[in-house]
Ligand binder design. Sequence first.
Ligand SMILES: [Cu+2]
Length: 315
Amino acid sequence: MRFSSLVLSASLGAAATIPRQAGDACANPAKRVEWRTMTPEVQKQYVDAVLCLKTKPSGMGLNTSRYDDFPYVHTKLDKTIHTVAMFLPWHRLFVQVYEDSLRDCGYTGPMAYWDWTLDTADVTKAPVWDATTGFGGNGDPAIDPLKESSRKKCLVDGPLRGFEVAYTMQGLDPHCLARNWNSGVAFPGDMLADAYTPDVVADVAAQARYQDFRYKLEGGPHGAIHSAVGGDMSPATSPNDPIFFLHHAQIDRLWTLWQQENPAVRTTEFGGPKTQNAEPGEASLEDVMPYLGLVPDIRVSEVMSTHTSKLCYAY
Ligand SMILES: [Cu+2]
């Protein structure tokens, strides 16, 4: 059960005779916060819960751990959930399921996002990379990514040093978690920061239609961060790197803030390409999003608002 559901049932206890409606089923939304605003103690509790996922069995019957369920599902669904309309709602629920799993591992703090617009002056110094209060930094600097496979750039510091993840694009293939910052070779310290500055995000947020907003956000800042971090963050196995979930919480935050500009319209506005291939037809709120047993499949319409009995959080 989610933390938010616990809060909800506790708060509704005294008012049990009031009929529950979809609109007021989220009395106490859980507040998500930026990573650097958390105390070192809470940051450590978050990282400990991430590591704990590796000790838990798969929730979907795989021979790998709960940790590995996320890259497994995301990789299998790669072509279904990217560069299509459902990109945003699919990843919204995916992050929530991950948060629920962290809570199953004892995490009691807030879900965290990484607002990379705060770090564009020098992304290599972002607090999320801190070896003691973050997720560690770049992969092994001794490996030349132009000569060696990027996946050999195992992390050399922080809590995930030597950490093993299970999946590559080829399937089960245990290997060290790697990062290969898109910097240091041709563009030292750059990390593609021009693609996710506050100005870029403001331009994304200024889009009037869902399909334009989704297109610019996914292809712009979203993709740039995946490329900039590199290593396991680059292909569709990217949930191998726990920074994935802080990144996608930020993507979800930007969508949520955009929705809040005009909630009545934008929590029901959805559209764009339904699939990557040429199949005709626009996406619809009735489209069913697949999760391969990670959680039951669900309609887009059920996650359009973060303020329901299904999802109950705010930024
Ligand atoms: Cu994705």
